[in-house]
Design a protein around this ligand. Structure first.
Ligand code: ZN
Length: 108
């Protein structure tokens, strides 16, 4: 089962790169890292300090299962790309990465 999941992930990565018009070289170098993942926006937001904080999660984050409702942002290579897209859709929201799955984008 694990092997099938890995293969499905690779296939999706491959198709995503093709759709975005990436060159073969870009595809093969990125495929090795296999970093593309679906990212979701956590809804409703947490309240933190003065305002509301929205977090993004990768598709395989265990916390995503605890989330009441989530909005799909899309396929991205890293959390920064995902946050950039989410921020375009919701310019007034404070958005950062989950501590567990998107640590690079936590506490931006
Ligand atoms: Zn997470």
């Amino acid at each position: 089962m694990q092997i099938i999941l890995v293969k499905e992930g690779l296939l999706r990565n491959f198709l995503t790169f093709i759709l975005r018009g990436k060159s073969y070289q870009e595809i093969s170098s990125n495929m090795e890292n296999c970093n593309i993942a679906l990212y979701y926006l956590n809804l409703p937001p947490k309240s933190e300090g003065k305002g509301l904080l929205y977090e993004i999660h990768k598709e395989d984050c265990p916390w995503l299962e605890q989330v009441e409702h989530s909005e799909l942002i899309g396929d991205f290579l890293n959390c920064r790309e995902a946050i950039n897209k989410a921020q375009l859709d919701h310019p007034d929201w404070k958005i950062e990465g989950c501590f567990y799955c998107s640590k690079d984008c936590h506490n931006l």
